[in-house]
Design a protein around this ligand. Structure first.
Ligand code: HGY
Ligand code: MN
Ligand code: MN
Length: 415
């Protein structure tokens, strides 16, 4: 392992990650939502870092994705894409997404410094809408490149009622050109994403890196329960149609169903009761569902069980239930030659490659519909993510970047 040098790949990456951390809409926290002021400013930072690293051309596409291209031995060769997302969740961490973009920049910088060129180009991608926290959408930036994004997705509105389309136009982008972002499959040879594991496996086995085999499928809903608002002091308990307690019973049923299968997860992440006054029986509750599984058939079965149980609770409590599907992503296997290439790069360091699934979703799910996709996981402390406690070490970052660079150097174009 390269000793920890101030100008090591890991050190350079951590310098950039520390700088990127500062781009937030909530001082003291890391909140960089799609097309927010901090996201737009971070785009300029990434453009600048791509240029300084040695990209031959850098541009920002009409959905805000930053693209840095490092040509091959000759111009206009098909590209190996290295990317991830710049956006974060609310009060998130400094590494989820950012690591993969900064890793791509670090690979280009290392190759540029050694004047290395290949029979393929490299494109570093900084997507802006992977977390889908601001808008109820699903991997819009990467789906646009894969050609799987419907125009209608741009009508998704945030809590202020602003659509993705309006936010893009307000910031000088032209969403009418979204369809033109679709990449010709002949122009790309693969997509690789380096990402913190966001889980406990690598730390538990004292490993710096792991190779992703597949990404779990996910179903997301918005649910609305409507009962009867009332005076907290006068409505007798047996005459209430309390929308909060009904939704709470549904949330506990979702947790119980999620626990019923070892490989399944089911989460109610957002839960809001209205009007939210101390002395008013809630008349309406809106909450979210996020459920995932490695197998699509199992996920569909779990979703059906959750729907049936929530409807039964609504009937028993005489409240209404509305379910609005937000997104559904199939389980996505990684390309076998990507898994092999990453495993060989790890083995060349006399380390046994650890293969593991991803419970978290990634842009690689979208990109796998365009070209062979692979993911390199890096250990993170306690497996914690989507939290200010998210952390990783510079040494692990260094090991992972050396492996990624080695993978790129040995990458063979699949014929
Ligand atoms: O929710 C996810 O799995 C991803 O971090 N957006
Ligand atoms: Mn991520
Ligand atoms: Mn995330």
């Amino acid at each position: 392992m390269s000793e920890h040098l101030p100008n090591s790949l890991g050190a350079r990456a951590f310098q950039r990650l520390e700088a990127l951390r500062a781009y937030t809409d909530e001082p003291g926290k890391i909140t960089r939502l799609y097309l927010s002021p901090s996201h737009l400013q971070s785009i300029d930072f990434i453009v600048d870092e791509m240029r300084k690293a040695g990209c031959d051309s850098v541009y920002v596409d009409e959905l805000g994705t930053v693209v840095g291209r490092y040509e091959g031995k000759t111009k206009d060769l098909p590209a190996l894409l290295i990317g991830s997302h710049i956006d974060t969740v609310v009060d998130g961490g400094a590494y989820d997404g950012a690591l993969g973009v900064i890793a791509g920049i670090g690979v280009v910088e290392a190759l540029h410094q050694r004047r290395e060129r290949f029979d393929f180009a490299i494109e570093v991608l900084g997507f802006g809408d992977e977390e889908n926290v601001r808008f109820p959408a699903n991997l819009t930036s990467s789906r646009a490149l894969a050609g799987t994004l419907d125009e209608a997705a741009l009508d998704a509105r945030d809590e202020q009622g602003i659509s993705i389309r309006e936010a893009l136009i307000a910031n000088g982008f032209d969403p009418s050109k979204m369809k033109s972002l679709k990449r010709d499959p002949k122009s790309v040879i693969g997509y690789i994403e380096m990402h913190i594991e966001q889980g406990p496996v690598l730390e538990a086995e004292n490993l710096s890196v792991g190779v992703v085999t597949a990404i779990n499928g996910a179903t997301r809903w918005a649910l609305t329960v409507k009962g009867e608002p009332g005076h907290a002091g006068t409505v007798p308990m047996n005459m209430r149609h309390d929308a909060l307690t009904a939704a709470s019973e549904m949330a506990l049923a979702i947790e119980r169903i999620g626990r019923s299968h070892e490989t399944v997860v089911a989460t109610v992440g957002r839960f809001q009761a209205y009007p939210g006054a101390v002395n008013v029986v809630p008349g309406e509750t809106r909450f979210s569902l996020d459920t995932r599984a490695p197998d699509d058939g199992l996920r569909e079965k779990i979703v059906a069980m959750i729907e049936a149980e929530c409807k039964a609770i609504a009937a028993r409590r005489d409240v209404s239930l509305r379910i609005d599907p937000l997104s559904s992503a199939k389980a996505t296997p990684m390309a076998s030659h990507m898994i092999a290439g990453l495993s060989e790069a790890i083995s060349r360091r006399q380390v046994t490659p650890r293969l593991l699934p991803s419970g978290a979703g990634h842009d690689a799910m979208a990109m796998a519909e365009l070209c062979p996709a692979g993911m390199l996981f890096v250990r993170c402390k306690g497996g914690i993510s989507h939290s200010p406690l998210e952390s990783m070490t510079e040494a692990d970052c260094d090991v992972a970047l050396e492996i990624l660079l080695d993978f790129v150097r040995h990458y063979k174009i699949e014929t």
